[in-house]
Design a protein around this ligand. Structure first.
Ligand code: ADP
Ligand code: MG
Length: 538
């Protein structure tokens, strides 16, 4: 790779050197040329003008073209020609300009490579040797160069001169080649390192801004410097707003810890987030040191523990509830057996011939209440210990139609019309018994809310939510509806507003829908009816 800048400076340098020659030739009247008459200065001036034109042309080519290598070769060749002509017109053997060949060799090694320096040195030896030889044998007389000075030196001295220059040219080539090679290598190594630093810096800032935990640094005065994107999200402050603010002021919860900021501290604190939420945050600070180990600040790692703590508390509560559920399910099971015995015995006693009417009424109260108790226990057992569902594809419309014919004799549904608008081909993957149980509970609730004349409408359709598909099923009634406080509590076990209700119907439905991977929403207003909507995975 040839450095364009270097070629540019090289051409400028040559223009300068040539200008110096021009000045010395024209004004200082230094008669170094031996060639006869006025020819020499004319040739020299022409040569210098040509060199100007060539150099300016080269600069233009350098600016517009990509062919830097060819252009560089052309510069070296031109220089060799220039030097050779100058030697020829300034007396050949006696010319003082032979040293200019060294400049050509040095420029070849700095602009191109070591091998090109050797080629140039070889060319210089050939050219200079040829000048001396041709002059000695009188071959340069047509150019105006007399062989007499060469003869005065003698063949032996000329041979010695050629040998001396040859050695000097190659030594220069070796030295300059070696030096410029080293310079090139360290330059490229330096450049590689610069690229690495840039890459590292970009990577660093990428990581700092992308990590899912708060990261900030402070200077020794306790003022904020780095403030990453997650910190912005936690505090609602932008990096600009936070920059240079005292940390204890920007995050008030941290102020009790300010004595240990620079010694590596850790702790938990409460913080009001940008959106007004109360957050529980944890921090860990590490002193930030420079390369000599002097503390130049501190770096803070901040985590949001709010969600984790909430989940932990919820898990603990769920655990406790599960234990209570297990225990009460066992108890309910144990109560059902004696209950069956009581109701069976009472029925037998009631069959005896000498039971009067008053006793019969008492017996029927016992039977009714044991029945109710048994129903409650059955519901509770199902709620507390639901059976594992066997999921199969079901035609929802058919399931609801079967349920309607089963409910047609139920007195609670007298006067209620059920409109089954579920599409024929809609299929849900559900446990068959649990599916009936879900809609049985919803229909009975609606019928009880209607209490007389009214309608229940069932609708279903496939919908898209995000990437996955869902089946939306709604049960809408024209019943009494409920207030918003009740809507919030309908899924709580044992929440009921009915005399004799168990409050387990919707809790059970919710649990079944949940185990099938679905969710449900209740929409209601007092006097405006209720819509229960289930979303099941398709
Ligand atoms: P229960 O029917 O035994 O009371 P549920 O869990 O089925 O228990 O219902 C809980 C409560 O939610 C009911 O007591 C009632 O107040 C309210 N509720 C449920 N469904 C409806 C509905 N379709 N319309 C009005 N209120 C309802
Ligand atoms: Mg109910």
């Amino acid at each position: 790779m040839i450095d364009r800048k270097r070629v540019f400076w090289f051409i400028l340098l040559r223009l300068l050197v040539v200008s110096v020659f021009l000045v010395t030739t024209l004004y200082l009247d230094v008669h170094t040329y031996d060639v006869s008459g006025d020819v020499a200065p004319k040739v020299l001036i022409r040569l210098i003008v040509a060199t100007y034109v060539f150099s300016l042309g080269s600069l233009a080519v350098l600016y517009y073209s990509r062919q830097v290598r060819t252009l560089t070769y052309a510069q070296i060749v031109w220089d060799l020609i220039l030097v050779t002509v100058m030697i020829l017109i300034s007396g050949g053997v006696t010319s003082p300009y032979a040293f200019l060949y060294f400049l050509s060799i040095i420029s070849a090694s700095t602009l191109l490579a070591r091998s090109q320096a050797y080629y140039t040195a070889s060319l210089c030896v050939i050219l200079y040797g040829a000048i001396l030889d041709f002059q000695y044998y009188g071959k340069l007389v047509p150019l105006g160069l007399s062989p007499s000075p060469a003869h005065q030196y003698g063949a032996e001295y000329l041979f010695y001169l050629i040998f001396l220059y040859c050695a000097a040219f190659f030594l220069t080539a070796i030295l300059a080649g070696h030096l410029s090679e080293r310079a090139r290598r360290s330059e490229s190594a330096f450049q590689e390192k610069v690229i690495d630093y840039e890459e590292l810096e970009r990577l660093n800032s990428c990581i700092v801004s992308a990590i899912d935990s708060g990261l900030l640094t402070i200077n020794p005065a306790g003022r904020i410097r780095v403030f990453n994107r997650y910190m912005e999200h936690l505090t609602g402050l932008s990096q600009q707003q936070a920059y240079d603010r005292p940390l204890a002021e920007a995050i008030a919860g941290l102020s009790p810890f300010d004595s240990c900021f620079f010694e590596g501290g850790q702790g938990e604190f409460r913080h009001q987030g940008g959106d007004g939420r109360q957050l529980l945050l944890s921090f860990k600070s590490v002193p930030l040191t420079d390369k000599d180990g002097v503390t130049v600040g501190a770096i803070f790692d901040i985590h949001d523990l709010t969600e984790m703590k909430r989940l932990a508390a919820e898990l603990k509560r769920a655990d406790r509830l599960a234990a209570v559920g297990e225990l009460s399910a066992r108890m309910a099971h144990e109560i059902r057996n004696p209950l069956a015995a009581i109701s069976g015995s009472v029925q037998l006693v009631a069959l005896r011939p000498r039971v009067d009417e008053k006793d019969k009424r008492l017996f029927s109260i016992i039977l009714r209440e044991t029945d109710r108790l048994d129903g409650l226990l059955r519901d509770f057992l199902f709620y507390a210990k639901p059976t594992q569902p066997t999921k199969i594809p079901l035609k929802l419309r058919q399931v609801i139609a079967d349920l309607c014919s089963l409910l047609s004799t139920d007195p609670r549904l007298a006067g209620v019309t059920i409109e089954n608008r579920v599409p024929d081909d809609l299929v849900v993957v559900f446990d068959k018994d649990q599916c009936s149980q879900v809609f049985w509970n919803l229909l009975v609730n609606s019928a009880e809310a209607i209490a007389g004349e009214g309608a229940i409408v069932l609708e279903a359709s496939a919908v898209r939510s995000g990437k996955k598909g869902e089946v939306r099923i709604s049960v809408r009634d024209s019943g009494s509806g409920m207030n918003q406080a009740d809507v919030k509590r309908v899924f709580e076990p044992f929440f009921t507003t009915k005399k004799g209700g168990t409050g387990l119907g919707l809790a059970t439905v919710y649990r079944i829908v949940e185990t099938h991977g679905g969710r449900m929403v209740v929409d209601s207003a007092e006097g405006a009816g209720t819509t229960v909507t289930l979303y099941l995975p398709a």
